[in-house]
Design a protein around this ligand. Structure first.
Ligand SMILES: [Zn+2]
Length: 417
């Protein structure tokens, strides 16, 4: 891809309007603690979708909806070329914030608004996407609609996903009138851009304005069952015990050691622990726990996993049995280096500081990267807090991120075939 300099270098988004829109969207499903509960395909989501549609149409865009409810607001270009796509999600966690996902969608809207009022017609169309069910809290998997769009997840599987009450995603779509007739699969855009809050503490701590996201972590998720032997806590001598919880303590420590050996990028977590029989005076006979290993480099991730498996095999000779089941495995994502260069250049042109950063969380851009050149732009978020009602950002962070997004979108939208 070659890119020529954009002719409208000084065009800027309206930061006040962007912030007002974020606050207005945040009232839909707004919680008393200032967060948001706008889970996928609920009445609140329907209201958020309607508002987004109204705003897009007022900005002159044409909104279509696909068979999984994903909304695409399109601004035509001068040529019928593959579009520049900007996307993120309006759904939230049950006790989520006002910015995770919403910033990316409404910054895209702000790009549409600004181009509309400036009367600028780009060469390529620009599309702003609201992906259905990114969060994964109501329907699994997370990032469901972008996975289907990219052909990673069959549409029928997505439609059959059920929430905790047994409601299928297909029925939930119909119940709020969110199922559209646009085909779900593709087409691949010319490029995909996603602006998102970092959901981590690095940018704020280092005083950096813009994170240039070069990739995302791969992960290995395991369920591990440790089997010892239940016996009396008072009458069983220490040397005769087969204590599953003591073995679990060793596992927890070893996961941390493995991650630290692969520092600073490697991370490892035991986040769930179920002890049986979980009684004060019984030596634990069984512990089930989760293992989460992540790294942005495929070789290092494989090494972390192999080190854990080898260590676990040795543990199993100590009288406590270990049964490991892999429940998820994804490879690291690498974003497009040319697009990352554009993000850096646009940020620099605005006098903003940047650093390269790896995404610790999953995003729709991960799936889009499998079908189109893609990149993400991170803004700082207060104390790194996300998936929390206390999630917070400064208006200037949103404005900076949206201005970089606008600049990169213009660079790409004026790139000929
Ligand atoms: Zn998100």
């Amino acid at each position: 891809m070659t890119t020529r300099p954009a002719p409208r270098a000084n065009l800027a988004i309206d930061g006040t309007r962007l912030w007002d829109s974020l606050m207005q969207m945040g009232q839909i499903g707004g919680t008393p603690r200032g967060g948001c509960n706008r889970q996928a395909l609920t009445a609140e989501d329907a209201a958020g979708r309607a508002l987004f549609r109204r705003w897009c149409e007022a900005a002159g865009a044409h909104v279509t909806v696909d068979g999984l409810g994903t909304m695409v607001a399109r601004r035509e270009g001068r040529a019928d070329l593959p579009p520049v796509m900007i996307g993120s999600h309006l759904d939230t966690q049950p006790t989520g914030g006002k910015f995770d996902g919403v910033l990316g969608v409404l910054a895209g809207l702000e790009v549409l608004r600004r181009l509309d009022e400036a009367g600028i017609r780009t060469l390529r169309p620009i599309e702003v996407v609201n992906w259905t069910n990114e969060e994964g809290c109501r329907f699994a998997p997370a990032m469901l609609a972008s996975a289907a769009y990219a052909g990673v997840l069959p549409v029928d599987t997505a439609l059959a996903a059920r929430d905790r009450d047994g409601v299928s995603l297909g029925d939930a779509l119909d119940s709020i009138g969110a199922r559209g007739d646009r085909p779900v699969n593709g087409p691949a855009p010319f490029a995909y851009l996603e602006l998102h809050i970092e959901q981590g503490p690095i940018l704020e701590a280092e005083g950096i304005d813009i994170g240039v996201v070069t990739g995302g972590q791969g992960l290995r998720w395991h369920d591990l069952t440790l089997t010892g032997f239940e016996s009396h806590a008072g009458s069983t001598p220490m040397r005769l015990r087969r204590d599953a919880l003591r073995a679990a303590a060793q596992v927890i420590e070893e996961i941390a050691r493995i991650a630290e050996r692969h520092a600073p990028a490697g991370v490892g977590t035991v986040g769930q622990l179920a002890v049986a029989p979980n009684s004060r005076n019984v030596i634990p006979g069984e512990v089930r726990l989760s293992v989460d290993l992540r790294h942005p480099d495929a070789t290092s991730l494989a090494a972390m996993d192999a080190e854990f498996r080898a260590w676990l095999a040795a543990l199993a000779t100590t009288g406590v049995g270990a049964a490991l089941t892999e429940v998820a495995a994804t490879e690291p994502v690498h974003f497009d280096t040319h697009l990352a260069d554009l993000v850096r250049a646009r940020a620099l042109g605005l006098g903003l500081t940047t650093r390269d950063i790896i995404s610790g969380a999953g995003h729709d851009a991960f799936h889009m990267a499998s079908i189109a050149p893609s990149v993400m732009i991170f803004t700082p978020c207060r104390d790194g807090v996300s998936h929390n009602e206390a999630e917070d950002i400064l208006p200037v962070w949103a404005e900076n991120g949206a201005n970089v997004l606008l600049g990169v979108a213009l660079d790409l939208a004026d790139t000929p075939a």
